[in-house]
Write a protein that binds this ligand. Structure first.
Ligand code: NAP
Ligand code: 8YV
Length: 307
């Protein structure tokens, strides 16, 4: 049977399908010469030195849509196909973004603590919160998930504006400058890919433009936001609130961020429901099985689409 190197966790359902046709190796037990297939995820990816050490590698199947932890350009140069799981997680990640936004506006964590602590009975009604209705929401990266976020915000009468490198064929106002968009919006939602091109593009200037009444939501990658500048802005009140699913050095999250009252923090669970992970897992395995059968794949990353 062909040999598959497993990096990171997979579900029992994925394992059961893979075991029928592959010999599965873990990182502590494999011969680099015999590995033809790798299964990994958006967080672990594959380290450049490991990829370089696998001379017979044909396919890297990623269990996630983001592939910033895989050098897809180097893979394509070596005719190694990289696949990922687009679309099947759009709705779930969009729900996570909206959930974080609503939790910030309506102070869900503060008010939950108010009930649990007994303050409601002791002190009376909780302080008022801000309405999430009729907000201008700037989407940084209006791609598959960004569009799903825009759609999901319709019931809150959001005015959508967006920034990306190129304008899209949509009816929303386009900003070619991120700082200008931050000035114009109440909430900025980050949903670009990670990697060098987007590293710290949400910097101190962008956060200052978003301002004291502004809310930053990040469901993209921790690398997209300058985390030091973010903590400073939240501490000084030059930025109002932040809802974060991803962090620069996750799973490590700076204590200063964890101590702030004006943040909602999630442990990178944007797509982490049973249903969506099942769909992502099925596609991750489909890519491997189809390649084994006829050399093609279902969802290659753009850099490898020509292979
Ligand atoms: P997508 O369809 O490729 O959309 C990405 C968008 O970002 C595009 O609109 C693209 O437009 C824009 N973009 C790319 N580079 C940019 C740059 N340098 N500056 C500004 N905009 C840029 O991808 P998707 O499927 O929506 O996924 C987006 C990302 O979400 C993934 O790569 C992943 O990092 C993240 N994600 C997170 C979770 C989670 O659990 N939190 C789950 C899934 C995905 P242009 O090319 O025109 O710039
Ligand atoms: C996963 C993600 O948590 O798809 C992505 O890009 O960030 C998430 O859906 C990640 O891929 C780990 O499997």
């Amino acid at each position: 049977m062909p040999e598959l190197l497993q990096i990171g966790g997979i579900t029992e359902t994925m394992k059961a399908r893979l075991q029928k046709v592959f010999t599965i190796h873990q990182l502590d037990d494999f011969d680099p010469e015999t590995i033809e297939y790798v299964i990994t995820n958006g967080h672990d990816g594959i380290k450049p030195d490991l990829m370089a050490a696998l001379p017979n590698l044909k396919l890297i199947s990623g269990y996630g849509v983001g592939y910033d932890a895989i050098d897809a350009i180097e893979a394509a140069r070596r005719s190694i196909v990289v696949t990922h799981t687009p679309n099947v997680l759009n709705e779930e990640v969009a729900t996570t973004a909206v959930l974080l936004m609503l939790a910030c506006y309506r102070e869900v964590l503060r008010d939950d603590a108010y009930v649990r602590s007994g303050d409601w009975a002791a002190k009376g009604s909780a302080p008022l919160t801000r309405s999430a209705e009729n907000q201008t929401v700037g989407i940084l990266g209006l791609g598959r998930i960004g569009q799903a976020i825009a759609d999901k915000l319709a019931p809150w009468n959001a005015k959508i504006i967006y920034h990306s490198r190129t304008p899209k064929n949509v009816g929303y106002p386009y900003y070619d400058d991120l700082t200008e968009m931050a000035k114009a919006c109440d909430t900025l939602i980050c949903i670009t890919p990670g990697g060098p091109a987007t590293a710290k593009i949400v910097n101190a200037k962008v956060l200052a433009a978003l301002g004291p009444n502004g809310t930053l939501i990040n469901v993209s990658r921790g690398s997209v936001v300058d985390e030091t500048a973010l903590i400073e802005a939240l501490q000084n009140g030059t930025l109002g609130w932040a809802g974060l699913d991803v962090f620069d050095a996750e799973p490590a999250v700076p204590q200063a961020l964890r101590d702030l009252p004006n943040v909602v923090l999630l442990p990178h669970v944007g797509s982490a429901t049973v249903e969506t992970r099942a769909a992502m897992g099925a596609l991750t395995v489909d890519n491997l099985l189809q390649h084994l059968k006829d050399g093609t794949v279902v969802t290659p990353v753009p850099e490898c689409a020509h292979l």
